[in-house]
Design a protein. Structure first.
Length: 475
């Protein structure tokens, strides 16, 4: 008991000294040392800031940025360029906004002003996904490093046998169903198989060579795909914590780019999702904490906050859109402690903000973005604004070379119910010296709450109770 209190205290003390250490933020500004936040990151993984209620730690899975030192070493591959990361983020955002609005808005393509409507049956590219978790699959459990995705539902891993033409090279051995005593394909004649087609994850029952199997297929907008056999297995989340009837795609036909991860775990709101599949055990709730920096660890946890004790969380209503996406309503933004003058009607025109683990930069409809940019720029006049670079897509970047510290205005977002979250300074606001927000399109567009803004919060998706919680300083 004493030990666990000490543990929490150490973590809280570290957190507060980081968040409030440089200067006081009474006036809406925080001074941070550039050596801590804007220079190449530590090569060692730090887990010291993870702050999880011990009573909630049952289905707790360590989470890491896939290109950082906390990712399992077999998975670390070189980080794509900043421009490339932003391009991937924008492509994913376009897909989500198009789907979330059910095709009622067309998103703008990257390079020109042509409208692109993304057909609803195409999945979002997984290239942009940056956070991985390690789970155990099968019996005996084999560790699999999978991308975490709140923007899709169907989990999948590459399965043996699969030659180097049909599967991409991953660093871990392929998952081999023949070596697991609990593996089974899902029969055609089941509700689960029939649902695949309805949820755009393939054709369901396919007859080939005298037999039939439940086939899944995820087709992506760039023409690539992931296909294989819809299957069930035992999934191990943590030592002794298993999901007996985990549904996933055993993929033996891949096409397209990859970064050598073993697969993906889908946490969206459709029936294929791990969250929905396990709702009788975990109550249709999950949470994660994305760390402030890539050299730090975070966590993914299944299950909600104990209903008796939601202290530390603030909650806003949430709805599930298009079966998959989690949507909240943004109602206000403040910069440097001052509420921006954005009429409520501007926010209510939008169809809401999708909270997404895979989009990097937050997408705001036009009027809200313009107001934020103007206020942020006027609070940052001490630093040279870099000239616009169309390749980046973000337009408020600073050259912080030569500054030993930077005084950054606080940015707070307010959601329905008056719930305010103060973004981490600077790691929840700035990415490589750039304001981690961009313009999504006209005010009618949906927005997306990207993963930079979510850093250090435990974000709790309580799907059964229709609410999202935020707890500051969770990692
Ligand atoms: C894109 O769509 C908008 C709204 O539907 C329309 O006003 C605009 O002209 C379109 N742009 C192009 C290049 O087609
Ligand atoms: C790889 O497997 C696929 C499908 O099983 C097959 O069509 C292809 O010929 C194989 N390629 C090689 C190089 O063995
Ligand atoms: C199939 O989808 C329906 C509608 O979303 C859902 O209620 C049902 O539980 C699903 N069945 C299975 C076996 O996933
Ligand atoms: C609720 O959690 C907080 C820490 O988040 C703890 O200090 C408090 O004692 C807990 N209350 C109950 C009733 O368990
Ligand atoms: C968000 O706003 C829309 C339109 O103003 C409303 O219909 C919806 O109930 C609100 N709440 C959520 C959680 O979407
Ligand atoms: C950033 O500032 C440094 C120091 O003032 C300067 O040497 C460098 O050229 C600037 N970089 C850019 C991209 O403007
Ligand atoms: C920030 O840097 C300026 C100039 O380099 C220096 O005068 C000031 O003391 C520094 N502030 C903090 C809090 O380190």
């Amino acid at each position: 008991m004493a030990a666990s209190h000490l543990f929490v205290c150490i973590i809280l003390c570290t957190y507060y000294s980081v968040a409030h250490g440089g200067d006081d933020d009474e006036h809406g500004f925080v001074t941070v040392l550039t050596s801590r936040s804007f220079q190449p990151e530590a090569a060692e993984c730090s887990t010291s800031r993870v702050n999880l209620e011990p009573s909630r730690a049952t289905a707790f899975v360590p989470l890491a940025h896939r290109h950082g030192p906390c990712a399992p070493s077999s998975q670390t591959s070189e980080m794509p360029s900043f421009t490339e990361r932003l391009r991937r983020s924008r492509a994913r955002a376009n897909y989500i906004m198009s789907r979330a609005s059910k095709g009622t808005v067309s998103t703008l393509a990257d390079d020109d002003d042509a409208n692109v409507t993304i057909p609803a049956h195409l999945g979002g590219s997984v290239d942009s996904l940056e956070y991985v978790v390690t789970v155990g699959l099968g019996t005996p459990a084999v560790p699999q490093v999978v991308l975490m995705d709140t923007g899709s539902d169907l989990s999948w891993v590459q399965c043996a046998p699969c030659n180097s033409t049909a599967c991409y090279p991953q660093k871990d051995p392929l998952f081999d169903p023949s070596k697991s005593s609990t593996y089974a394909p899902i029969p055609c004649d089941t509700g689960a198989c029939r649902n695949l087609t309805a949820d755009d994850y393939g054709d369901g029952c396919v007859t080939s060579g005298g037999g039939s199997q439940c086939a899944f297929a995820i087709e992506y907008g760039d023409g690539s795909h992931t296909r294989g056999v819809y299957s069930k297995e035992t999934l191990t989340l943590a030592p002794g914590v298993t999901v007996e009837d985990f549904h996933f795609g055993c993929a033996d036909d891949q096409d397209g780019s990859n970064d050598r991860y073993d697969g993906l775990v889908g946490l969206g709101g459709a029936p294929e999702s791990l969250v929905v599949r396990t709702s009788s055990v975990y109550g249709g709730a999950f949470s994660y904490c994305l760390p402030a920096q890539n050299s730090e660890a975070g966590f993914l946890a299944l299950g909600g906050a104990p209903s008796a004790n939601t202290s530390g969380f603030v909650f806003t209503p949430m709805r599930v859109e298009v079966a998959t996406f989690y949507v909240v309503n943004l109602t206000g933004i403040s910069v440097g402690g001052k509420q921006l003058d954005i009429p409520p009607a501007v926010f209510s025109k939008s169809t809401g903000m999708v909270i997404d683990s895979g989009t990097v930069v937050t997408e705001l409809p036009n009027t809200a973005y313009s107001a934020l940019r103007t206020a942020f720029r006027s609070a940052m006049t001490a630093y040279p604004l870099l000239p616009p670079n169309d390749d980046l897509g973000v337009d408020t970047c600073y050259n912080l070379t030569g500054f030993s510290n930077v005084t950054v205005p606080t940015v707070a977002l307010t959601f329905d119910g008056g719930v305010r979250i103060d973004l981490d300074v600077p790691n929840g606001i700035l990415l490589e010296g750039c304001l981690a927000f961009q313009e999504a399109g006209p005010d009618e567009f949906p927005g997306i709450l990207g993963n930079v803004n979510q850093r250090t919060f435990e974000v709790l998706y309580d799907v059964s109770h229709g609410k999202v919680g935020f707890r500051a300083g969770a990692c």
